[in-house]
Design a protein around this ligand. Structure first.
Ligand code: AMP
Length: 132
């Protein structure tokens, strides 16, 4: 079971943003910028391009809905989209609110983000998602 499956199962706490029957979204614990969110499928696949076409399409549509909520809740110009997958072997899409290119520099992560601020962001984005 991957760490993300444990988060989805509620065995490990997370700053949850949203879920449906197939996908789950939560804040990255070491964000590159405030509001940095991960979108993951509930089924475990390591490499994103091993996900079957239909599910991959649905994952992107779910990510779009999360990105719309992020954009309305966080001050930013656009939501950046990245897939790395070098650390956790459970496919995920990174969504990051951007004011400038450097806001998506994965070498500059916020290492010890304030839990109160993370909670506040998760609640705000989650409410925007529910309002869509
Ligand atoms: P990568 O697999 O290279 O895309 O990186 C995995 C991402 O997952 C990193 O940005 C980590 O900060 C993030 N991450 C790892 N563990 C957790 C966790 N328990 N909760 C939230 N994010 C996590």
């Amino acid at each position: 079971m991957t760490i993300f499956s444990k988060i989805i199962a509620g065995e490990i706490p997370s700053y949850k943003i949203a879920e449906n029957d197939r996908f789950f979204a939560f804040l990255d614990i070491n964000p590159v910028n405030w509001g940095h969110t991960l979108v993951v499928p509930k089924t475990e696949t390591d490499y994103i391009f091993d996900i079957p076409d239909a599910e991959l399409g649905e994952m992107m549509v779910f990510a779009k809905k999360v990105a719309t909520a992020l954009k309305s809740a966080m001050p930013c110009r656009k939501i950046g989209v990245t897939v790395l997958g070098l650390e956790v072997p459970h496919a995920h899409i990174h969504l990051v609110p951007l004011q400038k290119e450097g806001d998506m520099d994965f070498r500059n992560k916020i290492s010890d983000p304030d839990p109160a601020r993370m909670r506040e962001i998760a609640e705000k984005v989650s409410a925007a998602f529910e309002a869509e």
